[in-house]
Design a protein around this ligand. Structure first.
Ligand code: ADP
Length: 376
């Protein structure tokens, strides 16, 4: 019976063993069958592992790859593939993909079982790399793109440094003047007046700086809520020009409003006035003679508002950076004229907050700053 039907006998013996009987004696053929079934199961598992891994890698928000024991990429997601010149990382080593000897060395150490973290620049982007040894002797490589975060951090650092520097100058001047007054100058009316004037001038400067800094911070943190609606440009332009009529008059500059009555844009009236005031203020500050004009022209679905002057113009290589915070063509001249270096940054942020764009054209005949807003 055993000879004729080894399979049925084996099944019975195994059932008996599992029910608590003695260990089943299996024939050679049945043992062979067992080995074959196990092998097939293993193979099925191996093919299953692929899609599951692939799904996991694809779900990760970072560039991710599995590096084999031999040091080449066995599986990767699309973000990791994008780092390879060929657009496909599988089969390549991390060194071939990133050309980073540092990463190569770190992967080698991770394959030996040591988890690592490092920062890496690939194709001019900065990545935070995590290397985790896995149980099978492979390594999981994760690359998080931190370029934008690092840039923002650097900008913030620069900003704080610049702001502190700007604040320090008037504070030092006020302090020095006050000390001079206290150490006797206050008894000499003629000298005292000069020092009090210094205090007053620099206190003004501090007030302007803190006002601009607060405005910028309110715009950036969206505390300054822009309420967009139809705004008639001519009315706002006239208000802005009126505010600066005194300063222009002192320099003998003519102010002109050349905005057509039908120019209506989608804007926040107060923000638009601030934009125009800042631009006219600059035009008046930097123009020695001639005129400053606000204009508006129709452009596709919008209006381009402009502030033009007959001033010295701005050299071409400054134009790209002129809207950056604290960027000035001539810092001494700007401070002398009462500038904070923040006026144009505020203009840009407010314009963008209203869904608009800003720009500048400049040459020997003067400058023309423009703001494009949607028509209302
Ligand atoms: P500031 O407070 O120094 O005027 P802004 O951000 O308003 O700061 O302007 C940045 C710089 O751009 C100024 O320092 C000045 O060098 C230059 N600038 C701005 N507007 C004009 C203009 N109309 N003509 C010439 N230069 C200008």
């Amino acid at each position: 019976m055993f000879r004729r039907d080894p399979l049925a006998a084996a099944i019975r013996a195994l059932q008996a063993e599992l029910a608590g009987g003695p260990r089943a004696e299996l024939g050679r053929e049945v043992r062979e069958l067992e080995a074959l079934l196990a092998q097939r199961e293993l193979r099925r598992f191996a093919t299953l592992r692929g899609p599951a891994e692939q799904e996991l890698l694809a779900a990760l928000p970072d560039a991710a790859a599995l590096v084999s024991k031999e040091g080449w990429v066995r599986a990767s997601n699309a973000a990791f593939d994008a780092l390879a010149a060929t657009g496909r990382a599988a089969g390549l080593t991390p060194l071939e993909i990133t050309r980073s000897a540092e990463l190569h060395e770190a992967v080698r150490r991770a394959l030996e079982g040591t988890a690592r973290r490092l920062e890496l620049v690939v194709q001019r982007r900065t990545f935070l790399v995590h290397l985790s040894p896995l149980l099978r002797g492979e390594v999981l490589v994760l690359l998080r793109d931190v370029t934008d975060a690092k840039r923002a951090e650097a900008t913030r650092r620069d900003f704080v440094a610049n702001a502190s520097h700007e604040l320090r100058t008037p504070i030092a001047a006020i302090r020095a003047a006050a000390e001079t007054l206290l150490s006797g100058a206050v008894e000499e009316p003629a000298a005292a007046r000069g020092f009090v004037e210094i205090v007053s001038r620099h206190a003004e400067r501090l007030a302007r700086l803190t006002r601009d800094l607060l405005d910028l911070s309110r715009i950036e943190s969206r505390q300054w809520k822009l309420e967009l609606g139809p705004v008639q440009v001519a009315a706002v332009a006239k208000q802005a020009l009126e505010l600066l009529a005194g300063a222009a008059g002192e320099k003998g500059l003519a102010l002109r409003c050349e905005v057509p009555a039908e120019a209506r844009v989608r804007a926040d009236a107060r923000a638009l006035e601030q934009v125009l005031v800042n631009l006219v203020d600059n035009a008046v500050k930097y123009t020695a003679e001639g005129s400053v004009a606000i204009g508006a022209s129709r452009d596709r679905d919008g209006w381009v508002l402009s502030v033009s002057d007959t001033g010295p113009g701005i050299a071409r290589h400054h134009l790209d950076r002129i809207f950056e915070r604290f960027y000035r063509v001539d810092a001494g001249r700007s401070r002398e004229a009462g500038g904070t270096g923040l006026g144009l940054a505020i203009v840009k942020h407010l314009a963008q907050g209203m869904g608009g764009e800003v720009g500048v054209e400049s040459g020997n005949g003067g400058s023309r700053f423009w703001v494009r807003l949607t028509a209302a």
